[in-house]
Design a protein around this ligand. Structure first.
Ligand code: 13P
Length: 252
């Protein structure tokens, strides 16, 4: 049985006080929740303030990126050890904003190094994959997603993948208000699970959690999360309000 996993990606939003207030609000509101696993992923600068708020709660902390190297001359970067030290359990890797912002332009090969670095320290990666609108319209969704999985997870073993959550985030649905229909999302989730079965084994396919991300709100969460291959959600905009994030968790 895969436990539903809802993670909030706060992206580059909030202030230190806003982030700690939002975390405190979620801790209070979700105190009774033990059925859904919840994580929040603030900006690097707010991790320690948010970690303090989450200390006595069931909510886990995640980061939005890491740099795959040991300590040294990497100005402006944080590595997996530092994130663990700050209290992180999860790290989002390969987010479409990092793949597709032209100045960042992250490759699957770089994401693969990050995945390996996270796993080597025990940090749990949330690996994002997803197609652009023109790729969907050209009928290339499955090919694109499989290519991202193949290259981002190169050399990863069946034991190592236990730490990984996969997030299917169609790029055209992120922050646009355009949500994939439950059927569209389920179709891709099913193909990701089939890929996992083929690349690893039945156990990996049956136990790996696959989240959907892209304009998830309390109003669409129930139907999306009701699909057999959708095991959770990676939430952006709606994770910036206690009510809407808690609403998604209640509807999960
Ligand atoms: P939105 O929920 O704002 O569409 O963002 C999704 C996302 O990118 C989560 O990582």
């Amino acid at each position: 049985m895969r436990k539903t996993f809802i993670a909030g990606n706060w992206k580059m939003n909030l202030t230190q006080s806003g982030a700690t207030e939002l975390a405190a609000g979620l801790v209070a509101k979700l105190a009774d929740n033990t059925t859904v696993e919840v994580a929040i992923c603030p900006s690097f600068g707010f991790l320690s303030g948010v970690a303090e708020q989450l200390a006595s709660s069931h909510i886990s902390l995640g980061a939005q990126n890491l740099y795959p190297a040991e300590c040294g001359a990497y100005t402006g970067e944080l590595n997996a050890e530092m994130l663990l030290d700050l209290g992180c359990e999860y790290v989002i890797l390969g987010h479409s904003e990092r793949r597709h912002l032209p100045e960042l332009d992250e490759s699957n090969e770089f994401i693969n190094l990050k995945i390996k670095s996270a796993i080597a320290t025990g940090l749990k990666p949330i690996l994002c994959v997803g197609e652009l609108l023109e790729e969907r319209e050209a009928g290339r969704t499955t090919t694109v997603v499989e290519q991202q999985l193949t290259n981002s997870l190169a050399d990863i073993t069946a034991e190592q993948i236990e730490l990984i959550t996969i997030a299917y985030e169609p790029v055209w649905a992120i922050g646009t208000g355009k949500v994939a229909t439950p059927e569209q999302a389920e179709e891709v989730h099913g193909s990701i699970r089939a890929w996992l079965r083929d690349r690893f084994n039945d156990l990996v396919a049956d136990t790996t959690r696959i989240q959907y991300g892209g304009s998830v709100k309390p109003e669409n969460a129930r139907e999306l999360l009701g699909q057999p291959n959708i095991d959770g959600a990676l939430v952006g905009g709606a994770a910036l309000s206690t009510d809407s994030f808690a609403g998604i968790i209640e509807n999960a």
